[in-house]
Design a protein around this ligand. Structure first.
Ligand SMILES: C[S@@+](CC[C@H](N)C(=O)[O-])C[C@H]1O[C@@H](n2cnc3c(N)ncnc32)[C@H](O)[C@@H]1O
Length: 188
């Protein structure tokens, strides 16, 4: 087993509180699997996932999808105003950079770059507008392999709940997590 790296995500500004979901995703991932995170901002959540994946030592890769332009609610954030969000993300990722693949595209466009059933796990934390969450769910669900999972943040938002109700509920997937603000379903 590789030397265990200490977590450093607490030093990165952001909104991450889905540690149990990420630990579960890494623990159940097939060796060599690809995990996708949609919405990284400065990389607080990515840093947690990166350390967990690295410490698991099973060849997992993390593809991180973001425009690094910020969501609507971030347009007055200093890093967005200065246009430094992506550079700051890359600097923050330095300790886990070898297993991180940044994909700097809008989420739905990025999903088109993956074959169906290619991914182990997708975590949705991009735009929280209902229409965008629905588009993200529809774009990424077919990309997840049987036995994988789709998950995300901010289930306390009515927009996110409504999108899940419209896109995921009809598939009758098993709900794996419903922590205070995180959700996850298995994919069959
Ligand atoms: C809430 S933040 C992510 C927070 C991060 N997971 C954390 O732990 O702090 C949302 C991110 O999604 C990105 N984003 C919003 N809409 C997007 C879209 N359609 N495609 C790709 N990225 C998007 C924004 O640029 C922003 O960085």
């Amino acid at each position: 087993m590789a030397d265990q790296m200490e977590h450093f995500y607490r030093g990165i500004r952001g909104w991450f509180d889905c540690q149990a979901v990420y630990r579960w995703a890494v623990g159940t991932a097939q060796p060599g699997g690809v995990l996708v995170e949609v919405g990284a901002f400065l990389g607080r959540s990515t840093a947690f996932l990166g350390v967990e994946a690295r410490n698991a030592d099973k060849g997992l890769m993390i593809h991180v999808v973001d425009t690094w332009r910020g969501s609507r609610e971030h347009q007055q954030d200093p890093a967005v105003l200065r246009g430094t969000l992506y550079q700051q993300f890359l600097m923050n990722m330095a300790p886990v950079r070898p297993i991180i693949v940044p994909v700097r595209k809008p989420s739905v466009e990025a999903a088109k770059g993956y074959k169906d059933k290619a991914l182990q796990f997708v975590f949705i934390d991009g735009s929280h507008e209902q229409r965008d969450v629905e588009a993200d769910l529809s774009a990424w669900l077919p990309k997840i392999r049987t036995g994988g999972a789709i998950a995300g943040h901010d289930i306390h938002l009515a927009s996110v709940r409504a999108a899940i109700e419209r896109v995921v509920a009809p598939l009758a997937l098993r709900q794996l997590f419903l922590a205070p603000s995180c959700w996850a379903f298995d994919v069959r």
